[in-house]
Design a binder for this molecule. Structure first.
Ligand code: SIN
Length: 477
C-alpha cells in the first residue's frame, strides 16, 4: 500500500486517489501517495488532540528518550533518506546526505533542550502571596512544510513540538512527500505513541483549510512563500491561532574592501549554489565594493565554472535540476531582464530543458547589475549570482536593506569593528559574517519584516510551542 496518511498510529488511505511524485532530474515517476482532504485531516487533528492528553503529561526525560531513539534511526538510515530526497527533489546526493544529518541534529538537540524548559518564581510584594510562572505545551500543532528541504524542515518543527509536550499533524508538500513518509515510519519504529505524530499527504488547500479552521489546532508552523504566509496569517486570525512563519528571503551578500576575497568568493559560491540556489537563505544579490570588485568576480567565476550540473544521483554533480517549469521560468526571466537592462553575463546564462519536462540552469554570474533590475528586487531561487558594484559602507547597507524581506544576510570583512557595525546594521534575522552557511540546530532561524515571524531552532525554537501561565497563590496566615 502507498503510505502517506498516518493517523493515530495507522497508515490509511489505500482507497483514495493518488498524488504522483515525479523525479525532477528525469521526469520519471518515483512513487505515489494518497490524496487526502478535509476528512482525513480532521481525523488526524482529532487523534493528535486525544494523544495530547497523555503526551503532555509525560516528563521531558521520557520525551527525550523517544526523540533520541528517533535520532538514532535517522542516522542509521541516512543513506536511504538521502536517496529518497534526491530522487524526489533533485538535490545532489552529497547534499541530501548532509540534509539527513542536519534533520537528525534537530531531534538530538531538542531532546536535550526539552529538559531545560524552566518557569520562574517572582518575589511577591505581599506576605501572603506567592507568584509562579509555568511553561506548558500549546497543544495540537499543524505543520506545513516545503519541498526544498524535505527532511530538515519536518524535524525542525516536530522535534521542538514534541520536546515541549505538543502533538503534531504534518502536511508535507506534494513534490516531496516520500521523505516525509520514510521519516514518519522511523518515528513509528522509535515507538513514539500513537496520535502524537500524524501525517496527511494530498490536497494542499483542503488540508490547509482544515488545519486553519479547526479550533483544536492551537498553533501553526509554516515554511513557504510570503504570499501563502499572508493568507495563512489572515486565516489564523479567525481562531487567534499562534503562528510561526518562515517565509521568502532575498539575501544580500556584502563584500567590503577589507574582505578576505578568497574566503568571500568561496563562501558566496557555497551559499548561492546550495541546493541549486533553491534555499531561502541562499545569497540572492551580491554587493561588492569598488576596490575588490574585479578580484572578487574573477574568483567567483573560477569557482562557479567548476560546478557540474546534472542528475543529483550521479557522482560528481554539484547542481541538480530546478524543481519545475515555474521555477525555471522565474530564473530565466530574471537573467533575461538583467541582460536586457545592461548586465554582462560572464558565466552561464542559459538553461537546458531536459527530457520529460525537466529543467536545468547553468551556474550563472552576472556583473554590472543595477539596483532596479528584477533580480535585485525578487527572490530568484536558482543558481544565479548577480553582482553590483558599490562604494561606501553606508551605501552598501542601504542597498542591502532596501527590500521588504529580512531572512538572512552575509557580510565579508576582516576588520572587527567594521564587520560588526555592518552586521548590526543589516535588518535580517540571520547574519553570516565571513560565513555563508550559518544554519544550525542550536541557533535561532527566522526572518524579520515580510520574511516571517517566530524562530525555529535554538532555545527560541522551543518557546514557539509553549504557553506562559502565571499562577498567583494566596496563602492563609
Ligand atoms: C530553508 O531554505 O528554508 C532552509 C535552509 C536552512 O535551514 O539552512
Amino acid at each position: 500500500m502507498e503510505k502517506g496518511i498516518y493517523v493515530n498510529g495507522e497508515w490509511t488511505g489505500k482507497d483514495l486517489e493518488k498524488v504522483e511524485v515525479i523525479n525532477p532530474a528525469t521526469g520519471e515517476l518515483v512513487g505515489t501517495v494518497p490524496k487526502a482532504g478535509k476528512k482525513e485531516t480532521r481525523n488526524a487533528i482529532e487523534a493528535a488532540n486525544e494523544a495530547f492528553k497523555t503526551w503532555s503529561k509525560t516528563t521531558a526525560y521520557e520525551r527525550a528518550e523517544y526523540l533520541e531513539k528517533f535520532y538514532e534511526l535517522v542516522i542509521k538510515h541516512e543513506d536511504e533518506l538521502a536517496e529518497i530526497m534526491t530522487l524526489e527533489m533533485g538535490k545532489p546526493l552529497k547534499e541530501s546526505k548532509g540534509e539527513a544529518q542536519y534533520a537528525a541534529s534537530f531531534l538530538k538537540w531538542f531532546a536535550e533542550e526539552g529538559k531545560r524548559i524552566y518557569g520562574r518564581t517572582i518575589p511577591p510584594s505581599k506576605h501572603n502571596k506567592r507568584m509562579q510562572v509555568n511553561k506548558q505545551p500549546v497543544g495540537v500543532v499543524g505543520a506545513i512544510t516545503p519541498w526544498n528541504f524535505p527532511a530538515a524542515m519536518i524535524t525542525r518543527k516536530l522535534a521542538p513540538a514534541l520536546a515541549a509536550g505538543c502533538t503534531i499533524v504534518i502536511k508535507p508538500p506534494n513534490e516531496t512527500p516520500l521523505t516525509a513518509v520514510r521519516l514518519i515510519e522511523l518515528c513509528e519504529e522509535a515507538g513514539i505513541p500513537k496520535g502524537v505524530v500524524n501525517l496527511v499527504t494530498g490536497k494542499s488547500s483542503e488540508i490547509g483549510e482544515e488545519i486553519m479552521s479547526n479550533p483544536r489546532v492551537k498553533k501553526l508552523t509554516f515554511t513557504g512563500s510570503t504570499e501563502v504566509g499572508k493568507i495563512l496569517m489572515k486565516q489564523a486570525a479567525e481562531n487567534v491561532m499562534k503562528i510561526s512563519l518562515e517565509l521568502g528571503g532575498h539575501a544580500p551578500i556584502v563584500v567590503l574592501d577589507d574582505a578576505d576575497i578568497d574566503l568571500a568568493a568561496q563562501q558566496t559560491v557555497a551559499s548561492k549554489f546550495r541546493n541549486g540556489g533553491q534555499t531561502c537563505i541562499s545569497g540572492n544579490r551580491v554587493y561588492v565594493q569598488e576596490k575588490v570588485y574585479d578580484a572578487f568576480i574573477e574568483k567567483v567565476v573560477a569557482a562557479a565554472e567548476k560546478l557540474r550540473i546534472g542528475n543529483g544521483m550521479e557522482e560528481g554533480v554539484d547542481v541538480g535540476p530546478l524543481i519545475n517549469k515555474d521555477g525555471y521560468e522565474k530564473v530565466e526571466k530574471h537573467v533575461k531582464n538583467a541582460v536586457k537592462r545592461g548586465a554582462k553575463c560572464v558565466l552561464g546564462g542559459k538553461g537546458k530543458e531536459g527530457e520529460n519536462g525537466t529543467y536545468y540552469y547553468h551556474p550563472t554570474v552576472l556583473i554590472d547589475v543595477k539596483p532596479d533590475m528584477l533580480i535585485m528586487n525578487e527572490e530568484t531561487f536558482g543558481p544565479i549570482v548577480p553582482i553590483q558594484k558599490v562604494s561606501t559602507d553606508e551605501e552598501t547597507i542601504n542597498y542591502a536593506n532596501s527590500t521588504p524581506f529580512g531572512l538572512a544576510a552575509y557580510v565579508f570583512s576582516e576588520n572587527y569593528s567594521r564587520g560588526l557595525r555592518v552586521a548590526e546594521a543589516l535588518d535580517y534575522g540571520i547574519v553570516g559574517w565571513n560565513d555563508g552557511l550559518p544554519s544550525a540546530a542550536q541557533a535561532p532561524f527566522g526572518g524579520m519584516k515580510q520574511s516571517g515571524m517566530g524562530r525555529e531552532g535554538g532555545k527560541e525554537g522551543i518557546e514557539e510551542y509553549l504557553e506562559t501561565k502565571y499562577i498567583s497563590i494566596g496563602l492563609k496566615e
